[in-house]
Design a protein around this ligand. Sequence first.
Ligand code: F3S
Length: 392
Amino acid sequence: MQLTPEENAMLSGTEGVAARKCMQILVALGEIYGASRLVKVSSVQVSGVSYKNLGDAGIEFLEELARDGRARVKTTLNPAGMSLTGWREQGISESFAEKQLQVIDAYRRLGLEISCTCTPYLAGNEPGFGEHIAWSESSAVVYANSVLGARTNREGGPSALAAGLTGRTPLYGYHLADNRRPTLRVDVDAALKSPEDFSAMGYFVGRAAKDGIPYFRGIRSAGIEELKTLSAALASSGSVSMFHIEGLTPESGAGAGKSETISFTPTLLAETVAALNDAGTPDFVSVVCPHCSLSELATIARLLGGRRTTREFWVCCSKEVKRKSDEAGYSRAIEGSGAKFATDTCMVVAPIEELGYKVVATNSAKACHYLRNNGMRVRFLPLEQCVLEATR
Ligand code: F3S
């Protein structure tokens, strides 16, 4: 792989141990995937923040890099395993919190922004069309490639961090125009009436598309809420990193070409929703995944309508969106009900299985997928019904 003099300097160690280690990771990746060179990135988003996933080995890795490493480009963080300020109210143990705060402290010393959100594009890290970036949260990768037209592979936590500390990533995969063409045409025959319908469709299509690129036909409109939950679902049941929607997403203009075709019918929608529902009454309710937009917080405040919660109810969002919600008056209505803002975290990356909960109601197919992997039972319900369950 061709390296510039500056990149060679990093690789040789003259710019410090962390830069050398990061360059080694990127060069190894580039060689595996046949990249001809590295490309400069304008934005990085790092996953691998929850102590639940990182463990002590992860802390050691970060501490080592933090000795002399420093982010060279805007680098933001995925959610952590707890709210960084409200963890006691969430029931998180002192021992978990101590480790989680060590993780955050290491990232802070590395110069990362402690944003702790899976929707960086709603919290000040929104790259433009055609920009090369290195993101690792899978739902945000799909959103960035498909909706923003930015270019990123689905990075792992270490390779994204290496990109942040060097400002570069190997030029292969979704960074190249030829690899951004559809592989599967999806004729949408079902009427999609809510973000949850988009989530269910994404869950079904992700399985069919595997690591390919679906091209949806028959969708007339979709807002941020529909697009972010579709992105999340596609990346959870499959390894999708990008999709197109005819007439809506910025790179859909070339059409579906000769790709294989499937249909998403009303029957498949109903079957997918049914398959995401286990038996049992929810003892924990958590919305929204990916992290709430301001508009979703407005809806939750309205749906609560002054009622009190009777079950643990987490509303997951970034600190940035929560700040806007405070200004708009939605936070008062939400917190006044007894619901808790899960800023910096979510029901999947927090250790809720250790808190004794068994059945989680949520409005995201992605969350259902990972909660089941964590041994929980799930109910996949529309947002309105989730609020009803929380206040029943
Ligand atoms: Fe975000 Fe957690 Fe869902 S990290 S995408 S809210 S599983």
